[in-house]
Design a protein around this ligand. Structure first.
Ligand code: S3P
Length: 427
């Protein structure tokens, strides 16, 4: 297992292009695989999670070419998917697991889905339960709540489903099954989660109805392959947005970053804390907004984060916690119980690791409370195999008195394989 040491820097300056959006990259491959005809993807994220999606759909009989960030998927329509003679290994990817189950729910064959040790702990009943209600046969540990899972899809019926959690993975799985189910499928969630599925399905020619936090589709829909341009991932940009805000004298420009409203909670938080952030050159590509983001160092003030904003920044909370250690006053993060079922229990891992570095931070039942500003002293931490914990710790190292030594750093390859190249370019 690899280690990395990150030390305090005087400033970060320059321009980077963060890698493609992970959520959009997964969807481009999956929707291309069930569409009729060729789908070409530009700006694909060649991180381990999205490569797992490619590997799974190749096993399901789809020809997919991938060279760095360019991908071609030769879709043959829904019936072009075929039974795999091998297990489908999702690696560390929750999105691959849950969205693929939604697709497999209507396919009349047997599949076995397995992932790594982190995936084995993540709750799957949130998707297997509605998919079973629709008529799919799914089994697995704890009655289909944990991998390994086996699924035999077939003729399914539309349902009206109210999800107890705001989750794009749940919403997407049920909607994908709904596209090939009898009648209408409706999903309502407590707050709006990221809507890349709705936007991209429309780009592939599907008819999707949206009303507030409710999404509906009618069955029997086929998709048509197309060209997809993937914007930069705001969840990856978040690490350098925070670094630029907290490392004195910094100025970082990030080009072509996706700024879909369901993902920009980090921008709202930075602005509420007083960060100097400019959004430039805003445009829309394939139904998705993107822009260039310029962040400069400034004084920051603590803030309160909770309610509907949580799904809009859920993946950014580890690095927001680092940001809060450098802000004046108290930052409260609440309503974020979902952190407990991410790649790690991110309430525990963030609080524990930042405490080791000297932060004044405490865990709560649904989030954390951070008092700042603190001059972190550095120390030894771990990623716990969680890419976003590894990167958050690296950003903490940039403002710590002593070095921060991070174990199991290879986890970062899941979503940002060139993270350290970008960091060194900016120093
Ligand atoms: C994702 C949705 C979110 C997010 C994950 C990616 C997606 O999870 O945390 O990193 O691509 O749909 P939930 O849908 O479980 O909230």
């Amino acid at each position: 297992m690899a280690k990395k040491v990150v030390e305090r820097v005087q400033q970060l300056k320059g321009s980077i292009k963060v890698p493609g959006d992970k959520s959009i990259s997964h969807r481009a491959v999956m929707f291309g695989a069930i569409a009729n005809g060729k789908t070409t993807v530009e700006g694909f994220l060649p991180g381990e999670d999205c490569l797992s999606t490619i590997a799974c759909f190749r096993k399901l009989g789809i020809e997919i070419e991938q060279k760095e960030d360019l991908v071609t998927v030769y879709g043959k329509g829904w019936d072009g998917l075929s039974e795999s003679s091998d297990i489908l290994d999702v690696g560390n990817s929750g999105t691959t697991t849950r969205l693929m189950l939604g697709i497999l729910a209507t396919r009349p064959f047997h599949s076995v889905v397995i992932g790594d040790a982190s995936i084995a702990k993540r709750p799957m009943a949130r998707v297997t339960s509605p998919l079973k209600q629709m008529g799919a046969n799914i089994d697995g540990r704890h009655e289909g709540n944990f991998t390994p899972l086996s699924i035999r899809g077939g003729k399914t019926k539309g349902i009206t489903f109210t999800s107890p959690v705001a989750s794009a993975q749940v919403k997407s799985a049920v909607i994908l099954a709904g596209l090939q189910s009898e009648g209408v499928t409706t999903v309502t969630e407590p707050h709006k989660s990221r809507d890349h599925t709705e936007r991209m399905l429309k780009a592939f020619g599907a008819d999707i109805q949206e009303n507030g936090t409710t999404v509906s589709v009618t069955g029997g829909q086929v998709l048509q392959g197309r060209h997809i341009v993937v914007p930069g991932d705001i969840s990856s940009a978040a690490f350098f947005l925070v670094a630029g805000a907290i490392v004195p004298n910094s100025e970082i420009l990030m080009k072509d970053v996706g700024i879909n409203d369901t993902r920009t909670g980090i921008i709202d938080v930075l602005q509420a804390m007083g960060a100097k952030l400019e959004i430039k050159n805003e445009r829309v590509v394939n139904e998705e907004k993107m822009a260039d983001l310029l962040i400069c160092a400034s004084d920051l003030t603590g803030t309160e984060i909770g309610g509907e904003i949580i799904p809009r920044l859920i993946d950014e909370i580890p690095v927001i916690a680092v940001l809060a250690t450098q802000a004046n006053g108290t930052t409260v993060i609440k309503d974020a119980e979902e952190l407990k079922v991410k790649e790690t229990n991110r309430i525990d891992t963030v609080v524990h690791q930042l405490k080791l570095l000297g932060a004044d931070i405490e865990a709560t039942e649904d989030g954390m409370i951070i008092h700042g500003p603190t001059r972190l002293h550095g120390g030894q931490v771990e990623s716990y195999g969680d890419h976003r914990i590894g990167m958050a710790m690296a950003i903490a190292g940039l403002v710590s008195n002593g070095p921060v030594e991070i174990e199991e750093i290879e986890a970062i390859d899941v979503s940002y394989p060139n993270f350290f190249d970008h960091l060194y370019e900016l120093i």
